[in-house]
Design a protein around this ligand. Structure first.
Ligand SMILES: [Zn+2]
Length: 309
């Protein structure tokens, strides 16, 4: 009986060791639901030249990108706190903290605040751009899969709050944990590979009395729905969107009593997961309630009103 049990134990151990060194080992390293609380923004770049190619043969990556970017809905969500989780059991081997964490554009500050975890099979996972002082583990700590280690931030080379998750093999070569038709390796490293959410949705929208800077929209300052003819010279509609694609037709119709005053049309030139769009008009001279209809590829996404006093 003892021998049989030991034999079973050895078999289990062998099986586990094989699993840890091979595929299907990582949990998605964020708390919440993919496509609701966090979104895949950029994949690993499989093109070794100056072009780009993601694992699915698309262009949802950027040149030389060596990890996966998971974005969250923005700075409000970051302030509330989105937990970063250990993707598998391991030991914390490196931590950097204390860097500015509200970066809104590309810069030369690299990883920012980060954690690195060495796993039992010798692979290392990196968790970059973390929120300052949110790291809740120390170098040398053993962590288990799904354990909170920090929160999402925007430190280092970051333009919005996101987690750059990177996997390095035993030779410290970065690899893509996803599988797809354009990857060298056909098996993914996820326990359950997260899906890209391409649903076109408005996360937030509003009006401001000026042509905005991206910074001001990201921080959500001065949003209003009431304007004064004698003070305000323009009205700007903005929307924060998920799921836009290259060459989508964005249209804003400005209406008074359902009569179109003017229409602004724009062809989109980007394909990141979350994007800010804005469109403005000189302040019309007719007071009252105005409606703004916003559509993408002729499908109405939102109707919003503002008041002109
Ligand atoms: Zn990245």
């Amino acid at each position: 009986m003892y021998i049989t049990l030991r034999y079973i134990t050895l078999l289990l151990c062998f099986h586990n060791c094989v699993c840890l060194g091979q595929k299907g080992k990582f949990l998605v390293p964020l708390k919440g639901e993919a496509g609701r609380d966090f979104f895949i923004d950029s994949y690993f770049d499989h093109d070794t030249m100056s072009s780009i190619r993601d694992v699915f043969c698309g262009k949802r990556t950027y040149d030389g990108h060596s990890g996966t970017d998971f974005c969250i809905s923005g700075f409000k969500a970051m302030d509330k706190g989105v937990d970063v989780l250990a993707a598998a059991n391991g030991r914390v081997v490196d931590i950097v903290d204390g860097n500015f964490d509200r970066s809104k554009q590309r810069n030369k500050h690299g990883r920012g605040n980060y954690v690195a975890i060495l796993h039992e099979d010798g692979m290392i996972t990196y968790y970059l751009h973390l929120k300052t002082k949110s790291i809740c583990c120390s170098v040398g700590d053993s962590v288990v899969a799904a354990q909170k280690i920090a929160q999402v931030g925007s430190s280092g080379d970051s333009w919005n709050p996101h987690l750059h998750f990177e996997v390095k093999d035993m030779k410290r070569k970065s690899l893509d944990p996803f599988s797809g038709s354009c990857a060298d390796d056909t098996s993914h490293y996820w326990i359950s590979q997260p899906k890209l959410n391409t649903n076109l949705t408005i996360i937030e929208s509003g009006f401001v009395p000026y042509i905005p800077q991206l910074d001001s929209l990201q921080e959500g300052h001065n949003v209003t729905d009431t304007f004064e003819l004698k003070h305000d010279s323009l009205v700007c509609f903005w929307a924060y969107l998920n799921g836009l694609n290259f060459h989508d037709k964005l249209q804003t119709k400005w209406m008074k009593r359902r009569v179109t005053y003017t229409t602004n049309t724009y062809l989109w030139r980007n394909a990141r997961c979350h994007e800010y769009y804005w469109s403005w008009i000189k302040m019309p001279s007719t007071k009252g309630v105005w409606h703004v209809e916003f559509s993408v590829n002729d499908v109405l996404l939102s109707t919003k009103k503002f008041y002109l006093k």
